[in-house]
Design a protein around this ligand. Structure first.
Ligand code: 1CP
Length: 342
């Protein structure tokens, strides 16, 4: 018997009030997050200290009673587990040592070695599955291979993923080998999260929108399909959420092509279009513009209700189109939730 609202929506049930959680719900907009982060010292120490990572995961659940908690970690832990150096520059973002040749792809650590680095993350999942309220679903996650590879190739975040496109176009074979290695590591990582207690997994393909045509098929669609098939071979009932951000028209059919149970929508697609073209294949999540949580006011409530209404004909999990930003007002999150739950 499935009673958790998130699991019911993911199984295809239309609920009178959609369950809700937020991308980046544990984050810098919350004073309690900033305090725990200061206690940890730096961001990576927070990710690798299970008690503190579990604490920040629980903070938004205590404050807002979201229907799901998302494991606190980062998509860039996988490149680190595969042997790259990783550090965060305050005020700027992540930095990594890079992979830009077939030889460097071959020199990455074998997939079996990742657990050595990632075992604290599994401990965080175990703590959370003990400590979360019975009604709250625990979501594990990983970056999708293309998005993770864009950081491994450039050594940092980039506005247009230029270095990754250049590597792909110069040496498709070596680039494909990198995608394959990250795909296999992601399968092993997510299986370990599920073994530790994650009830749902989400794949973040934040830069899927910069892939076109055959590249989208080969490097967004196929890796997601492979990961989901491998997870479901071991756990046939494990729900998977896919987030091919800014996929535009390619959102249509994405769930069918990959086997995802739910597709997360950014805020550039129209909710009415997505209700007709994406929700017909199953659950959808997302679409509220995160800037509304900075702005607040009538627009926040009007838009929240509009998203709820647009997706009211089928299975729906309320969420944002992208992560909540550090300048958001925590009281606006309460207002959004009140508008959803009435
Ligand atoms: O100083 C801080 O506290 C660091 C800010 C921060 C946080 C809170 C980073 C650095 N990562 C995270 C946590 C995080 N990252 C989670 C935790 C769970 C939650 O949602 O609450 C998740 C799911 C992620 C996923 C993630 N990391 C993505 C995919 C989703 C998205 O936002 O598009 C990406 C692209 C990253 C990379 C990353 N990590 C951090 C930053 C600042 C970035 C973006 C870097 C860039 O592109 O420049």
């Amino acid at each position: 018997m499935t009673q958790k609202t998130i699991l019911r929506a993911l199984a295809g049930e239309r609920l009178p009030v959609p369950p809700v959680w937020m991308m980046r719900q544990a984050g810098r907009y919350l004073p309690e997050y900033r305090a725990t982060r200061a206690q940890a010292g730096d961001f990576l120490s927070l990710c690798y200290t299970p008690d503190l990572a579990a604490e920040v995961t629980l903070q938004p659940i205590r404050r807002y009673d979201f229907d799901a908690a998302i494991l606190f970690a980062d998509i860039l832990l996988i490149p680190q587990a595969l042997g790259l150096d990783l550090w965060f520059v305050t005020g700027e973002g992540p930095r990594l040592s890079t992979v830009t040749s077939a030889a460097e792809v071959a020199a990455l650590k074998p997939v079996d070695a990742i657990h050595e680095t990632l075992s604290p993350v599994y401990e965080t999942v175990r703590i959370l599955s003990r400590e979360l309220p019975d009604r709250t679903t625990l979501i594990g996650f990983a970056g999708a291979p293309w998005t993770v590879a864009t950081y491994m190739i450039a050594g940092r975040g980039t506005p247009d993923q230029g270095p990754a496109h250049a590597f792909k176009d110069a040496d498709r074979e070596a680039f494909s080998a990198l995608i394959d290695r990250v795909t296999e590591a992601t399968i092993a990582y997510l299986l370990a999260q599920v073994a530790a207690g994650a009830e749902v997994v989400k794949l973040f393909d934040s830069w899927a929108g910069s892939l076109r045509g055959r590249d989208f098929d080969d490097f967004a669609l196929k890796p997601a399909q492979r990961i989901i098939a491998a997870l479901k071979a071991r756990h046939p009932h494990l729900p998977v959420i896919a987030f091919p951000r800014e996929a535009g028209p390619r959102y249509a059919g994405f769930a069918r092509a990959t086997g995802a149970d739910c597709v997360a929508l950014d805020n550039s697609v129209s909710a009415d279009w997505a209700a007709a073209e994406v929700q017909k294949d199953g659950c959808v999540q997302g679409n509220l513009d995160p800037r509304l949580l900075v702005q607040g006011g009538d627009a926040l409530e009007t838009e929240t209700r509009r998203v709820v209404r647009a997706f009211s004909g089928g299975p729906h999990i309320f969420n944002l189109g992208h992560g909540i930003t550090p300048d958001a007002d925590p009281d606006n999150v309460s207002r959004m939730i009140a508008a959803i739950r009435g």
